[in-house]
Each structure stands twice: as structure tokens, then as C-alpha cells.
Design a protein around this ligand. Structure first.
Ligand code: HEM
Length: 397
């Protein structure tokens, strides 16, 4: 028998700077308080336990994306009809458009070119000796990979990463971080608004494939443009910060770097554990389509619910000593890519980017040393990094 308890709630603000800077102790308290806790300041329930978050992500009938995956109505309006904010079957049709490109066979065709680019990028930094791993690598490699895949011109790419970062922040409240980055968001929107016809895209890219689907009547023009926008935004800041977290880890934990150098085959599991441990995307929202009971708490129909992936990935009921980075954990069931119908469409690409970059790093770098204090960003939705200054030594010729 399930006994409903009075609504567990808190007046804490999970988007405030002090929370964002150090979320894990607070998330642990919320996780212990109840399976679903109501945040009075922002009017939503948060799920933090691994099993509950996974179950909710899998159950789109109960937790719809179609009524908004962002906190504010303005952003939900702006992304209405995008791949993120539709339920099946409309959602399935949009996911199918780039299905072949993102399937293993499609990705396999990119491998050689991506490896050359990674090698070249790392070689330039090894020659410099000292650099900021965030600015010189993490913010460069994934941005150019995704922009090249979409077929975007070189011109204007400097607005992409700052703009995508601000866009992610916009999934949370109209708060300090977003307001401080509103110009970056405006520049990004201007860039996207300029990408309004197929002539602007380089031939053979994903954007052209999306426009072909529009011409074939499979999706509407607006859906096509939102799809381009969606893949671009989702593909940048996420991978940027996953790679940044890994580079920071190597600089702070030479044992991990040495283990990878000794056995480069560890690259995939180091990336998976980084995704679990760092968890770049805090979470997205859903709306409950019915009264739903979670661990004795009834979430009323129509409530906004945050699926907190970061909290789920640090649930001690799922992962022993979750705050510890363990090279041998290989947590393939982490929720950093979400789960269910909306699970990350680009996860194969992100994994390929990370392992390709790790290969280029281990082949050319002998040691990595931290040169100063790493600086984290306070983006409330993406756990980001501003700076990781490092010094590297090259492998002996
Ligand atoms: C480490 C890197 C990445 C992380 C941590 C990540 C994380 C996520 C998460 C948590 C979701 C779930 C959204 C939800 O449940 O509402 C998602 C969806 C998505 N991701 Fe990623 N992502 C990454 C890389 C990428 C890349 C490289 C691309 C493409 C170029 C991409 C494209 C997408 C798209 C299109 C969706 C929407 C899927 C849908 O709603 O059906 N992501 N991602």
C-alpha cells in the first residue's frame, strides 16, 4: 500500500550561484528528504533519485515534453515544435531525419577526418606548451566538429559557443547568469536567424539533409529550421563541458592521466565515468499529464517536474561513493545523456569526439600540469568551466 505524505517542499533556490557552484551536498539533502520535492520559489517538483529519474524519462505519456522542457513560458514558446519539446509520434519523425547520419555507420565515415583535426589541434597546443585547456581545446574541437557536420560557414562561428551556453541557461529562470549573457544569446539568435535558407549551408552537411526532408514534405520548414538550431545548440556546450571536465581531471589527477597513457583502451570508460561524475546537463523539465505518485509523494497533474540527471548520477543507492571518480566504474547506465525517447540524439558523436581527442592527447602529450586554479562557470543548467590553465610536455620524439 502506498501512503501519500504531505507535500515535501523547500524554499531553496537550485539556480542560485552558491548552489550551482557546489550542488552535490544540497542535492543529497533533497534526495534524502523525499522522492519528489517541491521548490516553492520556482513552482516545480524535482526528482533526484536514479530509478525515479530514469522511470520518468522513459514515461513520456505521464511526463510530457510537449508542454515545455524549460522553466519559463517564453523559452517554451520559442522552442515549441522542436525535437526536444515534442512527444511521439511527431517527435519520432523529427528524430528520423538525421537518423542515418548519427547511426554507427554514418559516424564511422567521419572518423579519419576527425582524427586528423584532433591531431592538428593538439599539436598546436603542445607546441605552445602552456595554454588554457577550456579555451584552446574544449571550446574549439566540438564546436568545429558540429559546425562542419551541419555545413555552417566559418564566418560567425565565434558566436556559437557563448550563444549556446546562454541558450542552455535560458532553460532555467530569468536570472543573473542569463541576464549577464543576454548579449551572447542575442548574437547567437541573430546568427541563427541569418541561416534561413539552404544556400547558406555548405553542400553535403546535415543542414542540407534537413532541408531535403523539408522539400520532401517529411517535416515543415519551421521544424527544419528548429531542427538545425536544436542540433547545433545541443551539440556544442554539452560536449564542450564534458571534454573540459576530463581535461581538468587529468590536470588535477595525474594518476588518471598516467593510467590512460599506460592503457589507451581505457579512453571510453574514462569518458563514461566523467559523464556520470561531472554530469554536464543538470536536467530538463517535463509536465505531469496526470496525478502521479513517486515514492509516496503525489505530484498533481499539470505540475512542472525537473528530471535532475546530475543528482541521479550521484545517487548512492545506484553508485557506491558517487562523489568519487573511479576509473574502473564504467557506468554505462548513467543518465548524463538522459533516457528514453528523448535520450541524447548525439551521444554516439559525443563519444566519438571524446575518444578521438583522447587518442590525439595521449599520442602527443607526456605530462599535464595545472598552472592555476580552474574556474567553473555558474550556468544553472550546464555545469560548465571557464578556465583550466595547464602546462604540457610533449612525448619524446
Ligand atoms: C557529452 C555531450 C552531451 C551530453 C551530456 C548531452 C546530453 C543530453 C541530454 C541530457 C539530453 C536529454 C534531453 C531531455 O531528456 O529532454 C540530450 C538530448 C539531445 N541531444 Fe545531447 N548531449 C551531448 C551531446 C550531443 C551532441 C554532440 C549532439 C548533436 C550534435 C546532441 C544532440 C541532442 C539532441 C538533438 C537532443 C534532443 C533529443 C530529443 O529530444 O529527442 N547532443 N542531450
Amino acid at each position: 500500500m502506498v501512503v501519500s505524505v504531505a507535500r515535501p517542499e523547500t524554499d531553496a533556490d537550485p539556480f542560485a550561484a552558491d548552489w550551482v557552484a557546489d550542488p552535490f551536498p544540497r542535492l543529497a539533502e533533497i534526495r534524502e528528504q523525499a522522492a519528489a520535492v517541491y521548490f516553492t520559489k520556482w513552482d516545480f517538483y524535482m526528482l533526484t533519485r536514479y530509478e525515479d529519474v530514469r522511470e520518468a524519462a522513459a514515461d513520456w505519456q505521464t511526463y510530457t515534453s510537449a508542454e515545455g522542457v524549460a522553466l519559463t513560458p517564453e523559452i517554451n514558446y520559442a522552442i515549441d515544435g522542436s525535437v526536444l519539446s515534442l512527444d511521439p509520434p511527431e517527435h519520432t519523425a523529427l528524430r528520423e531525419v538525421l537518423g542515418p547520419q548519427l547511426a554507427p555507420r554514418g559516424l564511422g565515415k567521419l572518423r579519419a577526418e576527425m582524427a586528423d583535426y584532433a591531431h592538428e589541434l593538439v599539436a598546436a597546443q603542445v607546441a605552445a606548451g602552456e595554454f588554457d585547456a577550456v579555451h584552446a581545446i574544449a571550446r574549439v574541437f566540438p564546436i568545429n566538429v558540429v559546425a562542419d557536420l551541419l555545413g555552417l560557414p566559418q564566418e560567425g562561428r565565434e558566436s556559437l559557443q557563448p550563444g549556446a551556453d546562454a541558450m542552455f541557461a535560458a532553460f532555467g529562470p530569468w536570472g543573473g547568469y542569463l541576464i549577464a549573457h543576454i548579449e551572447e544569446m542575442a548574437a547567437y539568435q541573430e546568427y541563427l536567424n541569418g541561416m534561413d535558407d539552404r544556400e547558406k549551408f555548405l553542400p553535403g552537411g546535415w543542414a542540407e539533409a534537413i532541408m531535403d526532408a523539408v522539400d520532401a514534405g517529411k517535416i515543415t520548414e519551421l521544424q527544419g529550421l528548429r531542427l538545425i538550431n536544436g542540433y547545433l545548440t545541443a551539440g556544442m556546450d554539452t560536449t564542450v563541458n564534458a571534454i573540459g571536465a576530463m581535461l581538468r581531471l587529468f590536470a588535477e589527477r595525474p594518476d588518471t592521466w598516467k593510467a590512460l597513457k599506460k592503457d589507451p583502451a581505457l579512453a571510453p570508460q574514462i569518458f563514461e565515468e566523467t559523464l556520470r561524475w561531472h554530469s554536464p546537463i543538470v536536467g530538463f523539465f517535463r509536465v505531469a499529464t496526470r496525478d502521479v505518485e513517486v515514492g509516496g509523494v503525489t505530484i498533481p497533474r499539470g505540475s512542472k517536474v525537473m528530471l535532475n540527471f546530475t543528482a541521479a548520477n550521484h545517487d548512492p543507492a545506484k553508485y557506491e561513493n558517487p562523489e568519487e571518480f573511479r576509473i574502473d566504474r564504467n557506468p554505462l547506465d548513467h543518465l548524463a545523456f538522459g533516457y528514453g525517447a528523448h535520450s541524447c540524439a548525439g551521444q554516439g558523436l559525443a563519444r566519438m569526439e571524446a575518444t578521438t581527442l583522447l587518442k590525439a592527447l595521449t599520442e602527443q602529450i607526456d605530462t599535464i600540469e595545472l598552472l592555476g586554479e580552474p574556474e567553473a562557470s555558474l550556468n544553472p543548467i550546464v555545469r560548465g568551466l571557464e578556465s583550466v590553465p595547464v602546462r604540457v610536455t610533449p612525448v619524446a620524439a
